[in-house]
Write a new protein. Structure first.
Length: 446
């Protein structure tokens, strides 16, 4: 791919260099090390920056996003935007500049070879329909776009005047109103989907009239997107609540915006002492973004210090078993669950962890079993009987958060743990291995 240049490093070249590194490094190796000690900064949120990048499509001109994590999903989203006609560059570390052309120069078609890499690319639907009145996007899984999360997007946008058609693995959407603008509507989400809320808000800001979204997601990342959209000239009420009211405007302007810190990456490091012993401080963690998690960490026996910069956790004795259920924000996030499960594998007693949001989020359990964990699954529950110590083994990361959890588990295992599937880890973590090494863990690439 030939990335477009707009000053600084082209994203296409940057991604090619990073991919070469990942191809050369096939696994992460963890061996027992000293207790962890020190501080870490997590940087920008993956679950926010991808939506912010998509939101740039709503306004012609030059957008500048800072505190951007150096992760492969950002590079993939940059390629998606370039395929749509934008120019994307990285003039300095953790900064992305996106130049958006006039509406007539935007290509409202997202190609399969990019979209199939990650489902977050679905968030270009709303902005493209708002700007171009049409969209054609290749969906993973061919014609089967009937899964509930995709339905939320299509039903909500359909209420705003979009006619969708699925054919040969593609979904085509066209705004039917004579004005070629989306129309304000009352949308009630069956489930407070984070990504569907983002997509509908981005569509509504340029719609004619008023859009009300009930049962909207309340995650900090949704607030971050709304903050950027307001700085672009959008009118949004109820941010941070389950009812969003958007008064559509005819035009938006480019913006400069700093991404909020990644609360999931922060949770990873806050749980690291539970497996690697010692103390870790996450200097840019926001307490108000993860209050329910902090309650659970204290219940497990971790000492949580919120008095200094950010948040620090310390392991002072063996963990205690607790029961945990994932819930929509502000409940315990499903993305936190792999780290919690890994930690509870070493807790004193029996824990039950229930997954209430998504199917198939226990695939890493078999890998933990290979390391000596006593875990069984029953439907959407995992029953965990804590053991004194895990055993090093060769395992494979099935997804981003499970990969990080297996790295943490390796710190509590005798012998050597080799984690494959590192491309998943690279999708969501900016230098996980380097950060853990600087904290004192024995972690390296192989």
């Amino acid at each position: 791919m030939q990335g477009r240049r707009s000053g600084g490093m082209r994203i296409g070249i940057m991604r090619g260099e990073k991919a070469a590194i990942i191809d050369a490094v096939k696994s992460v190796v963890v061996t027992p090390g000293a207790p962890l000690s020190g501080s870490v900064r997590v940087g920008g949120a993956k679950n926010s920056v991808l939506k912010l990048m998509a939101a740039c499509l709503l306004a012609e001109g030059t957008h500048r996003i800072t505190n951007v994590p150096a992760i492969s999903d950002v590079d993939t989203m940059a390629e998606v935007l370039e395929a749509l006609g934008c120019s994307v560059s990285k003039p300095e570390v953790h900064t992305v500049v996106i130049e958006v052309p006039a509406t007539s120069e935007i290509n409202p078609e997202a190609p399969y070879e990019l979209v199939e890499r990650f489902r977050a690319s679905i968030v270009v639907l709303g902005p493209l329909l708002a700007r171009c009145a049409q969209v054609r996007i290749s969906m993973p899984g061919g014609d089967d776009f009937g899964s509930r999360p995709i339905d939320f997007h299509l039903h909500g946008l359909g209420a705003m005047g979009v006619q969708f058609h699925a054919d040969h693995g593609w979904v085509t959407g066209t705004v039917e109103h004579a004005s070629k603008r989306l129309q304000g509507a009352h949308v009630v989400l069956e489930y407070p989907s984070h990504t569907a809320t983002d997509n509908l808000v981005m569509a509504a800001v340029l719609a004619e009239g008023v859009t009300v979204i009930d049962n909207a997601a309340k995650e900090p990342e949704v607030e971050d997107l709304a903050t950027m959209l307001v700085s672009m000239g959008a009118h949004i009420e109820g941010v941070g609540t389950s009812r969003l009211t958007i008064h559509g405007v005819s035009e938006l302007r480019p913006a400069d915006h700093a991404v909020i810190p990644d609360r999931v990456v922060a949770a990873t490091y806050l749980l690291a002492p539970a497996l690697g012993e010692g103390q870790v401080r996450v200097v840019d963690a926001h307490r108000e973004h993860m209050e329910t998690l902090l309650v659970k960490l204290r219940q497990m026996g971790l000492e949580v210090d919120e008095s200094g910069e950010g948040i620090a956790t310390t392991k002072i004795s063996r963990l205690r078993a607790v029961d945990i259920a994932t819930l929509p924000y502000p409940g315990v996030a499903t993305d936190y669950k792999p780290f919690l499960v890994a930690a509870l594998c070493l807790a004193d007693g029996v824990s039950i962890v229930s997954e209430n949001l998504f199917e198939g989020r226990f695939r890493y359990i078999d890998e933990l079993r290979r390391m000596g964990a006593d875990v069984r699954t029953e439907g959407h529950h995992a029953v965990i009987r804590g053991v004194e110590r895990l055993s090093g083994a060769t395992v494979k990361a099935p997804d981003i958060r499970a990969g990080a959890a297996l790295v943490l588990a390796g710190m509590a295992a005798d012998g050597e743990t080799v984690i494959g599937g590192v491309e998943h880890i690279e999708r969501g973590y900016d230098d996980l291995v380097g950060n853990l090494t600087r904290l004192g863990a024995s972690v390296q690439w192989r």
